[in-house]
Design a protein around this ligand. Structure first.
Ligand code: ASP
Length: 340
């Protein structure tokens, strides 16, 4: 079995159903669309009277965040709670990992408490795969961001947001990707979000994907992922439908990747003036946290074309969809797709 096949056999069971979610790379289009459809049903329920479901009743979900998080950790917790799971948040700084316990021993210790699912964020690329390889049968691992490798639920919620605003809900809405030009702007080099977005956008057949950044923030060979590289913001944004901004990941920068945040803003920051020159229907996204005055001007972040807060709220429905597809029952009103 080659490396990509091995990866998929870890994520999918013999019937092609999701066992763990580690990366979007190589996942079948049908499966991605199933997540988006189920998320639609959860989003509808969350906006209605019946916010709580029992798909994960009696199940235990453990959030294990070795790196800081605001949106991802809280929306995973909310998603699991809405599905009636028992949720435990391990305070990593106060746990035995700070005394030198290995990841493997932490996993085995928490498994002994009959955990059903771990949501893990770690600074090392590959940490979630390591957990999935060593997890007991039936224990699911969800990658909430590993180093610069992948952030698959962020990728899914970004696809959900694009479909919602550019195509509408449901199967036919998914055709919208074939008509879209999407630009990912900023620190692509260190961004796990960029990688998951690119994989997801490609699987759904996006017409054109661009990455825009100074040469020092573009990983070598990224063209092999099927994207076009631009080092000039004005040219790169010409004709785009979706702009996905990225934060400068200072915590992952070992050397000098940039002249300064001020110069980055001057050359690559999305300002009101720059936005005004784009298609009027172009939308602005950002996974957060935002650095105002660096990659985005404050007025743009909360302006009428920004979907940043909608992305946060879609994160709950998307994470409910993934968790219930792996551990529980699908959303009651979700349409059935052929794979299930
Ligand atoms: N929240 C996202 C992540 O964890 C993006 C970021 O931190 O800039 O990757």
């Amino acid at each position: 079995m080659n490396a990509p096949q091995r990866k998929q056999s870890l994520q999918l069971d013999a019937h092609g159903r999701l066992r763990h979610l580690l990366t979007l790379e190589g996942l079948p289009r049908e499966l991605l669309l199933q997540v988006l459809d189920e998320a639609e049903a959860h989003d509808k329920a969350l906006r209605g009277q019946r916010k709580k479901q029992d798909a994960l009743l009696g199940r235990t979900v453990i959030n294990l965040f070795f790196e800081p998080s605001t949106r991802t950790r809280t929306t995973f917790e909310l998603a699991a709670t809405r599905l009636s799971a028992d949720v435990l948040n391990l305070q990593v700084a106060a746990s035995s990992t700070s005394k030198g316990e290995t990841l493997f021993d932490t996993l085995k210790t928490l498994e002994a408490m009959q955990a059903d699912m771990f949501v893990i964020r770690h600074e090392s690329s590959g940490a979630a795969h390591f957990f999935a390889e060593h997890a007991a049968p039936g224990v699911a691992i969800l990658n909430a961001g590993d180093g610069r490798h992948a952030h698959p639920t962020q990728g899914l919620l970004d696809l959900f947001t694009i479909r919602r605003y550019k195509g509408g809900a449901g199967e036919s809405g998914s055709d919208c990707f074939a008509k879209l030009t999407v630009a990912i702007v900023g620190d692509v080099l260190h961004s796990r979000v960029a990688r998951s977005d690119i994989h997801g956008l490609r699987i759904l057949g996006t017409r054109e994907i661009r990455v825009i950044a100074p040469p020092t923030l573009i990983p070598a060979g990224i063209e092999d992922m099927g994207v076009k590289v631009f080092h000039d913001l004005e040219r790169g944004l010409d004709g785009v439908d979706v702009i996905m901004l990225l934060r400068l990941q200072k915590e992952r920068m070992l050397g000098a990747f940039l002249p300064s945040p001020g110069e980055f803003h001057r050359d690559f920051g999305l300002t009101r003036a720059r936005l005004a020159r784009l298609k009027p229907e172009a939308i602005v996204m950002h996974p957060g946290p935002i650095n105002r005055g660096v990659e985005i001007e404050g007025d743009v972040a909360y302006g009428p074309r920004s979907l940043i807060l909608q992305q946060v709220s879609h994160g709950i429905a998307v994470r409910m969809a993934v968790m219930s597809m792996i551990l529980g029952r699908p959303a009651e009103s979700a349409p059935r797709r052929s794979r299930r």
